[in-house]
Design a protein around this ligand. Structure first.
Ligand code: HAM
Length: 415
């Protein structure tokens, strides 16, 4: 097959059955989000590269290796969004929405990362994304985690996940921690991967997020963030924890959870699962607080927290079954009755009833095709019936057949 007939590596077509599942995940997330005050929102898939480069962290894998960036015809560097958060923040700032805070924004759609594809990891994937901007209390962190938990419960995958929680502290905590990590990793500089040698001087915390096995081994004994919490950071985290307990949300503290993007401070969380790949825990939903991002992007500072989940990963964990909508099959007997069938299909569709005409092959074949398509009802119409203004109406589940007047069909099909 010629290359141009293949989808791009790590990108895939979404077949109708998969689309149904995606649709269900998006609808469920949106509905539950509305109970927490979220409104739907959308920003462009493409942004100027600077929106992501500075904000996610130059040393993060996403910025240093994974962005799809390209010059446009005018010479500007653009990037296909590798995540939503920075684009949402850009939109709030460029639309001068700071005066309207708090804002709770729900988005979904494709995201692009040039990573090595494997099960549950794609180069184009979809996220559901929630951002609560101008919201800065520990209770609101618990509320956002409760929203995430409720979505997973509603999707019936909550039993397969663990909630891991950490605090990345405030700015002072982060600075002190970076210094301690620099001192720790400097002892092992020669053994670190080339990437981490660079990270050591620019942002040693990123070494903790390295995918290199030797880096991970060295990182095992690295100092923990919690030893550097300021009083304020510690109090904040304790309040988040007691609020989660108040809401009966189970979590485990993972003191090594640092998240892959730079903008986080205070609360960070990830829902992980072993049910996608038995060999390793995979994160399906993740987020945290990013109080410093607005200021980094040139706005007056305001607090914010959010999370995103990979729709493909949620779909892979699915145990729920979806009731697909079932059609009415219209089966004309004899080609001369096709036009009546054609008109009836139009009448049903005008009444928002899904209908298909089966007119290929003998009557038995038509009937088989209607059953195979999981139709709910079959309307069988021969010349004699049509002459009398009636049809044969078959309930395919019950194998029950009655004669119905044309005029009663819309009402009967609605049942
Ligand atoms: P993230 O952890 O980079 O966070 O991604 C969130 C979720 O996207 C992951 O937990 C995973 O389910 C999914 N995901 C990430 N990479 C891939 C991939 N290559 N293939 C399939 N699924 C993937 C963020 O994106 C932050 N913007 C989340 C956030 C929102 N923080 C605050 N607000």
């Amino acid at each position: 097959m010629s290359d141009s007939l293949r989808p791009v590596r790590g990108m895939k077509d979404l077949m109708p059955e998969e689309f149904l599942v995606h649709d269900h995940i998006i609808r469920t997330s949106k509905e539950i989000g509305e109970c927490y005050g979220f409104k739907s929102f959308s920003s462009p898939i493409v942004e100027y590269t600077g929106v992501f480069a500075r904000t996610l962290g130059d040393e993060s894998d996403v910025v240093s290796k994974e962005m799809y960036s390209f010059p446009d015809k005018g010479g500007d560097s653009l990037t296909l969004r590798p995540e939503f958060t920075a684009g949402v923040m850009r939109s709030v700032i460029s639309n001068k929405l700071q005066s309207q805070l708090p804002l709770k924004l729900f988005s979904y759609g494709p995201v692009f990362r040039y990573d090595r594809p494997q099960k549950g990891r794609y180069r184009q994937f979809n996220q559901i994304n929630f951002e609560a901007l101008g919201v800065g209390t520990p209770e609101s962190d618990a509320e956002i985690i409760a929203l995430a938990q409720q979505i997973l419960t509603e999707l019936e995958i909550d039993k397969q996940v663990t909630l891991e929680l950490n605090s990345l502290g405030c700015l002072h905590t982060k600075q002190a921690y970076q210094k301690a990590l620099f001192e720790y990793f400097t002892q092992y500089e020669a053994e670190l991967s080339e990437d981490s040698k660079r990270r050591l001087h620019k942002n040693p915390m990123r070494i903790l997020d390295s995918k290199d096995k030797q880096d991970q081994k060295i990182g095992q004994d690295a100092p923990l963030m919690s030893a550097f919490y300021s009083k304020e950071a510690e109090e904040y985290f304790n309040k988040v924890r007691s609020s989660l307990e108040l809401l009966d949300i189970n979590y485990s503290i993972n003191p090594k959870l640092v998240r892959g993007l730079d903008y986080y401070s205070h609360t960070a969380f990830e829902f992980t699962t072993n049910s996608i790949d038995a060999e390793r825990a995979i994160t399906i939903l993740a987020g945290g607080r990013y109080d410093g991002l607005a200021e980094i992007m040139g706005s007056k500072p305001f607090p914010a927290i959010g999370f995103a989940a990979g729709i493909e990963r949620l779909a892979l964990m699915r145990e729920f079954t979806l009731n697909t909508s079932r059609e009415v099959a219209i089966i004309p007997i004899g080609d001369e009755n096709f036009e009546v069938a054609f008109k009836l299909a139009n009448t049903l569709r005008q009444n928002k009833i899904a209908a298909s005409i089966y007119s290929q092959g003998k009557v038995g074949k038509r009937m088989q095709a209607a059953v195979k398509a999981n139709s709910k009802y079959a309307i069988i119409m021969g010349s004699d019936e049509i002459a009398q203004g009636v049809v044969k109406f078959k309930k395919l589940d019950a194998e029950e057949e009655v004669t119905l007047a044309f005029d009663d069909l819309v009402n009967e099909c609605r049942k």
